[in-house]
Design a protein around this ligand. Sequence first.
Ligand code: NDP
Ligand code: GDR
Length: 321
Amino acid sequence: MPTALVTGITGQDGSYLAELLLSKGYRVVGIVRRSSTTPYERIAHLVDRIELVSADLLDQTSLTDVVGDCAPDEIYNLAAQSFVQTSWSQPVLTGEFTALGVTRVLEAMKKAAPKARFYQASSSEMFGKVVESPQRETTPFYPRSPYGVAKVYGHWITVNYRESFGLYAVSGILFNHESPRRGLEFVTRKVTDAVARIKLGMAKEVRLGNLDSRRDWGFAGDYVDAMWRMLQQDAADDYVIGTGHTCSVRDLCQAAFACVGLDYRDHVAQDPRFFRPAEVDLLVADPSKAARQLGWTPKVSFEELVRMMVEADLERLRPRA
Ligand code: NDP
Ligand code: GDR
């Protein structure tokens, strides 16, 4: 039974990845950081089938000890300060978690499990103010937020450890992926949660920022499969993962409100608080290398994803009889 060590297991992707790895017969060890409460909402249905160990991306000793103790075959580094907006108000912390945290995990692996395979959760935010469309593995980076800058560091340190020390280390450049388990502050979930509240008479409007920015949105359950595939290849390499389609935040609103028979224009207000100091206007992936080399293609369309999220929020918020 192979062992996988997952940082960020309590996050959206961590929960889907843990499900996938369990279904493939892995022993799954998840890193959780110390907290006065237990943030296990997304993995409550899995806790009796996985092992949770305590470590923090800020603490080298804890990471090296955990890697040494659990002897992983694969390490998935999903932990990060992942909300772009917060990276302007907490830029140093974002750099510590999202940039230097990657080096700490790589150092732990180099010392304690150099034969393991390493996955780094890189991001389309690295493309930022895009210099070509669609974006592919060779597209130059132009990050537009402290988060994007930190992810560029994480990407290059992963490549550097691969080239310097011969580690099997890959960087998956994933475009936005969403699900009913997405954090409520991200725009897709903010909108689908609002649609459900408005439909159920619990709210009247939702306040958003830029409605014109465009994203390549896919389903998180599809994307964790790509992560796993990247670690099953003969040689480590980097891959872009996305759908190849792009929609605006306005399109998202239109689709989500239409799921419950409402017109978004009656319920969406714009609020300067949700505009960003620098915006990423357009992201669209060219995932053809992943299709060719990993045999990976997304299964869930944008419309299916939005409907899945709206229905899950309606179900969660509907008053119980
Ligand atoms: P989430 O924000 O849902 O999860 C982040 C995880 O990181 C949580 O488990 C969190 O733990 C953990 N974490 C944060 N700081 C630390 C720390 N100091 N030590 C240990 N653990 C920590 O993110 P997603 O699941 O959406 O994303 C997973 C990864 O993929 C992230 O690195 C993100 O930047 C990246 N990414 C995401 C994309 C997306 O569209 N979802 C696209 C491209 C990249 P806790 O529960 O305790 O807060
Ligand atoms: P993003 O996701 O920044 O792309 O990062 P987010 O959903 O936060 O924003 C997407 C776009 O929507 C616009 N927007 C709003 N965003 C939020 N959160 N709230 C609003 O009210 C709002 N109104 C408009 C934003 O300006 C932006 O253009 C996500 C994260 O998961 C990262 O960790 C990951 O790396 C990237 O996706 C790929």
